[in-house]
Design a protein around this ligand. Structure first.
Ligand code: FMN
Length: 408
């Protein structure tokens, strides 16, 4: 949407707005929602520009699957769900893991981008978020051997159902794929080992997804290389036992991920940032034989060379017997190490819930952006509350200017 003058009764009025995508008039948000108004703000509320994209603050709504799509398309639920974070001033909002192919969905209700029909519903959300001057990213993904499963709430509501979705419920248990025929656990499908041709098809699908993400107007693209989904399955020697050029030594195991990054970067505009989310470790004891932080640092260096701008440092999800010591900020040291040793921007994520905690991470240069998940589900106004707690004034939507000054 470009800035334009509002037409009233056919004549150009002096009122400025930013357009009428759909039936609505969007007044100009100047400065953009979430922008710091105070002088000398703390680190969390300083803007950041990566390539040609400026984030008003350092707080990111982490990608979160809502398992509420229809045939891969976002719905009104997503407009309300993601729209609320734009109205409340997040620096960047991620749309949930979005599958590049139908068999790359975790569940039948996942978001998808394998078809042109998905662009319209994605664009509707993008346009709304942009109406606040807020930035929005898309996480593109392939679930690999963890595909064709029920959403957590479907299992909660129907405990008699199996985790694996059978064909009669529109699942694809026979078409689940991975690096090697090793299931995640006994409740998941045994994946078909991808052929070299099929690997090429998936690289093409990531490229096509990037083209559609451009059409939808996204500011940022994130490659989902974490949590035991397809690419992190290839990275780990515990899930990848291939003997061809995509398995065995470290260079071979990361090859598929690098080829995807390379393809996507040639398509994704040079003035827009590309992120990659990785599992920095898979949390098993025999570190030598598993994916660990040392390998993550080396992967980050290679991704940087290919034009990836930021490594979003999560962990775990690839091994069913992982032991994760979940404590506040527990993954932050990974973001800090990758940032220092690979000399690349990082995102910190995981159990970051408090304003001062988040601010310290940016202030101490452990990460450039702070990704927040569940705390945003608890309070969509997390950024506004954090601003109040840190003594910073930030821009609210002009429509909310009569709100009064309440303690959040
Ligand atoms: C409901 C829910 C859905 C999630 N879906 C995704 C996803 O689509 N992609 C992803 O990379 N991480 C996903 N995650 C992980 C979050 O992005 C985040 O990394 C994690 O919740 C830890 O951050 P937090 O402690 O701030 O919640 C999800 C988490 C939750 C709670």
């Amino acid at each position: 949407m470009s800035h334009q003058e509002l037409k009233v009764n056919g004549t150009i009025s002096t009122i400025k707005g930013i357009g009428t995508s759909g039936p609505f008039f969007y007044p100009l948000q100047n400065p953009e929602t979430g922008t710091t108004i105070s002088e000398n703000p703390p680190a969390l509320f300083q803007p950041l520009t990566i390539r040609g994209v400026k984030f008003a603050n350092r707080v990111v709504v982490s990608p979160m699957c809502m398992y509420s799509c229809k045939d891969g398309s976002l719905t009104d639920f997503h407009l309300a769900h993601l729209g609320q974070f734009a109205l409340r001033g997040a620096g960047l909002i991620f749309v949930e893991a979005t599958a590049v192919l139908p068999n790359g969905r975790i569940s039948t209700e996942d978001s998808g981008i394998w078809d042109d029909k998905h662009v319209g519903p994605l664009k509707r959300v993008v346009d709304f978020v942009h109406s606040q001057g807020v930035k929005i990213g898309l996480q593109i993904a392939h679930a690999g051997r963890k595909a064709s499963t029920r959403s957590p709430f479907t299992v909660e509501q129907n405990p008699q159902l199996t985790m694996l979705v059978p064909k009669e419920d529109n699942g694809w248990p026979d078409n689940v794929v991975g690096p090697s025929p090793i299931p995640w656990d006994s409740e998941h499908a045994t994946p078909n080992q991808l052929s070299i041709d099929e690997i090429q098809e998936i690289i093409d699908a990531f490229g096509k997804a990037a083209e559609r993400a451009i059409e939808a107007g996204f500011d940022v693209l994130e490659l989902h290389f974490a949590h035991g989904y397809l690419l992190s399955e290839f990275f780990s020697p515990l899930s990848n036992e291939r003997t061809d050029e995509y398995g065995g030594n470290f260079e071979n195991r990361i090859r598929f991920g690098l080829e995807i990054a390379e393809r996507v970067r040639t398509i994704w505009p040079t003035d827009r940032p590309l992120f990659a989310r990785v599992s920095a470790t898979e949390w098993v004891d025999n570190n030598e034989q598993s994916w660990n932080i040392d390998q993550t640092v080396e992967l980050a260096k290679s991704l940087k060379v290919l034009g990836v701008d930021l490594i979003d440092c999560s962990s775990g999800g690839n091994i069913s017997y992982q032991r994760i010591p979940v404590t506040p900020s527990f993954q932050v040291p990974f973001a800090e190490r990758v940032r220092k040793e690979a000399d690349i921007k990082t995102g910190a994520v995981g159990k970051i819930t408090e304003a001062h905690q988040a601010n310290e991470i940016v202030e101490q240069k452990q990460a450039d952006l702070v990704f927040i998940g569940r705390a945003f589900l608890n309070n969509a106004g997390w950024v506004q509350k954090a601003a109040q707690q840190l003594g910073v004034k930030i821009a609210w939507p002009v429509q909310y200017h009569r709100r009064g000054n309440y303690q959040l």
